[in-house]
Write a protein that binds this ligand. Structure first.
Ligand code: CP
Length: 334
């Protein structure tokens, strides 16, 4: 049996009439945030992700579509899910992968971000997947590179591939995104996941309510240029009332300068999603968390493992979403 997907693309994307991603003016080369994505592009990613899930359910979970291409992951912040998912995605598509951890690279000898990037380009990277503590760093890198740059999280700013896998997981579970009420709860102020999800969920027609302590709930204009509105509340019961999806976020203590709420114990008492609070939510509400979770803080472990939780499914879907993005960015014919 042949699995030569490059020459038989319908094997790879049977249900996905996906053309290469296209920005308003030209074929898309980079994925830096969802703020410049169209509905059509998100649809292309979601449909291609479904096709990639089919590939991952085959006995041999590997196709040669990106054979000869090289993906480099360059992470200046720690990661488990995102980095591993990108590596597995690239390998499943036949690409070579190289992983650079800033702590063990020449960055520690004083090499600048731009010199590091130029070096990776000279070494032949086709895709650079990058996580950096500075908001905007991937944009600077994208200006310098002929390779595709994918933002795997930049400071508090954006985490577009997380938002795409969240969209896919919601639609897979509930059959739609349009018209759903999605409550995002926690440290919104420092969350790149919340920002990218505000763009992605809003674009696909969901109604978002943000909830957290007043000091961690940003002003309504915190997401630059967002063309749709969203609710804000610091009352948990108000946020989860009628919600179809509850997305918990962890306290990003590494991005806080302190004093934003009295204590973790206080936070748990007011905002943790417990079984008791979940019982007051809509039956069938879907529980999400991008990870890493602080069980016993923002989420009770029994809620995290309940039948309503799709937290592990989010992680699994992360591989298929990244496969879809690599495939679509590579510009191969549909
Ligand atoms: N969701 C997420 O970005 O997880 P990691 O930090 O483990 O990559």
């Amino acid at each position: 049996m042949s699995i030569e997907v490059a020459s038989r693309p319908t094997l790879l994307a049977p249900a996905a009439p996906a053309a290469p991603l296209q920005t308003r003016t030209k074929p898309r080369r980079h994925v830096l945030d969802l703020d410049d994505f169209s509905v059509q592009e998100v649809e292309a990613v979601l449909q291609t992700t479904a096709a990639m899930k089919d590939v991952l359910q085959r006995p041999i979970k590997k196709v040669p579509t990106l054979r000869g291409k090289t993906l480099v992951t360059l992470f200046y912040e720690s990661s488990t899910r995102t980095r591993v998912a990108f590596e597995l995605a690239a390998k499943a598509l036949g690409a070579d992968t190289v992983s650079v951890a800033a702590q063990s690279s020449s960055v520690t000898k004083g090499e600048s971000l731009i010199d590091t990037i130029r070096t990776l380009q000279a070494l032949g990277a086709d895709f650079v997947v990058m996580r950096h503590h500075q908001a905007g760093a991937p944009y600077v890198v994208a200006e310098e590179l002929s390779a595709s740059v994918i933002n795997a999280g930049d400071g508090w700013h954006a985490h577009p591939t997380q938002a795409l896998l969240d969209l896919f997981t919601i639609r897979e579970r509930l059959g739609r995104i349009d018209g759903l009420r999605v409550a995002i709860i926690g440290d919104i102020l420092h969350s790149r996941v919340a920002r990218s999800n505000l763009w992605g969920l809003g674009l696909m027609g969901a109604n978002v309510v943000l909830c957290g302590p007043p000091t961690l709930l940003p002003a309504s204009d915190f997401c630059d240029g967002l063309p749709w509105t969203f609710e804000r509340t610091y009352r948990l019961d108000e946020a989860i009332e009628g919600a179809d999806v509850i997305m918990l976020l962890r306290m990003q203590l590494e991005r806080q300068s302190g004093g934003l709420f009295p204590s973790l114990r206080e936070y748990v008492r007011t905002y943790a999603l417990t079984e008791e609070r979940l019982a007051r939510a809509k039956p069938g509400v879907v529980i999400m968390h991008p990870g890493p979770m602080n069980e016993g803080v923002e989420i009770d472990p029994r809620v995290a493992r309940s039948t309503q939780s799709v937290i592990e499914t989010q992680v699994t879907n992360g591989v298929a979403v990244r496969m879809a993005l690599l495939y679509l960015l590579s510009g191969l014919p549909a």
